[in-house]
Write a protein that binds this ligand. Structure first.
Ligand SMILES: [Zn+2]
Length: 79
């Protein structure tokens, strides 16, 4: 699957899957505005979640923690 979902909030970038080191969860995030969709949420719908809020809710400092993109299966070839 290669879904390309444009951020419904800012319309500036496509959503990608990210994960935070040390956390088991994978989520969708817009790298432009840092809106966040939990796994299972509909990324085509609006969201009230943001990366900073998500990190704080897990006791992490948003200034120190950076999510990593999850692109494990898309590393063959380069456009
Ligand atoms: Zn956005």
């Amino acid at each position: 699957m290669d879904e390309k979902i444009t951020c419904t909030l800012c319309g500036e970038d496509r959503l990608r899957r990210y994960r935070v080191p040390g956390l088991p969860e994978v989520f969708w995030m817009c790298p432009e505005c840092e809106s966040l969709w939990r796994e299972g949420a509909d990324p085509r719908a609006s969201t009230e979640a943001y990366l900073s809020v998500y990190l704080e809710s897990r006791g992490l400092d948003p200034a120190r923690v950076r999510p990593e993109p999850v692109d494990a299966d898309a590393s063959t070839g380069s456009d």
